[in-house]
Structures are given as C-alpha cells and as structure tokens.
Unconditional design. Structure first.
Length: 148
C-alpha cells in the first residue's frame, strides 16, 4: 500500500526582505500569471515582500496547471496574456471558489457589459501602482481563504 502525504513548502520566516507592517492574512497564496518575465518577477517580489506566498506562471497553460495542483486566494494576471479569458474560464470551472478572486492588469479601459470576467473580477490599469495592487489583494484577502 502506498501512502501519499501532501506537504506545503513555504519559505522560512527570515526569507522576506522586510517584515510587513500590515496584517498578512495568514500568508495569502497568490498566483501570478504573466508572459512578461520582468513584470511577473517584479509582481512576485512585491507580493512576497508583503508576506504573500507566491507562485509564478509564464502563461495560461502553466497557470492552469498550478490551479489544478494547488489552491490560491488571489490570481493576478494580464488581460493581454494570450488566452487570458480561456485561462479565467478554465480556472473558475475547475475551482469555482476562484470566481471573484482574479485581478486583471490592463492597459485599456474595458467596456462594461462584456461577457466573461468583467462581471465578477477586479481590473487595474497599467502602469500598475503598487499601492493599488496591494489594496486589491487585501480586499480579496478580507473575504477569507479560498475553499478547496
């Protein structure tokens, strides 16, 4: 008989460059999905500095694999990501608890009434302001943990 044990690995406490002064909501888990490596790495570093446990994905397929393997409280992605609406639809179908937990970064104002994520998700305009992103992450975090 094979016994499977699931272990969550997190960086050691001293790993963070700075200890956040804001509550960390018991270390929110954030998935950052962006094909722009520089932006993805910047977002990940910013969120880790604020006490989040961050997973990075370079595209929608990789992001969906992460959603299958783990649960996340917040997903940050780009509206210009190839297949971003597909990624959102697949992720929220597999894990309905993710609906309302996406933050889409966009260079353009979106028109209201578009079918898809615009009716349930959050959008922030580029260039991304760190205080705006953090407010949106915290607002989702206040809702509590994502159900598995």
């Amino acid at each position: 008989m094979v016994q499977v044990v699931q272990v969550r690995v997190r960086p050691p406490r001293g790993y963070m460059d700075h200890v956040p002064s804001q509550p960390t909501f018991d270390m929110l888990t954030v998935l950052v999905v962006d094909d722009d490596r520089e932006l993805r790495e910047s977002l990940c570093a910013f969120l880790r500095q604020r006490g989040c446990s961050v997973t990075a994905a370079a595209g929608g397929v990789e992001g969906l694999q992460a959603v299958i393997l783990d649960t996340f409280d917040v997903v940050v992605t780009d509206t210009q990501l190839h297949g971003s609406e597909w990624f959102w639809r697949q992720a929220t179908t597999l894990r309905p608890g993710l609906r309302g937990r996406f933050i889409f970064c966009t260079a353009e104002q979106l028109s209201l009434g578009v079918d898809g994520p615009t009716d349930s998700e959050r959008f922030i305009l580029k260039p991304i302001r760190s205080d705006t992103l953090w407010q949106e992450v915290q607002a989702i975090g206040v809702r509590g943990r994502t159900p598995s």
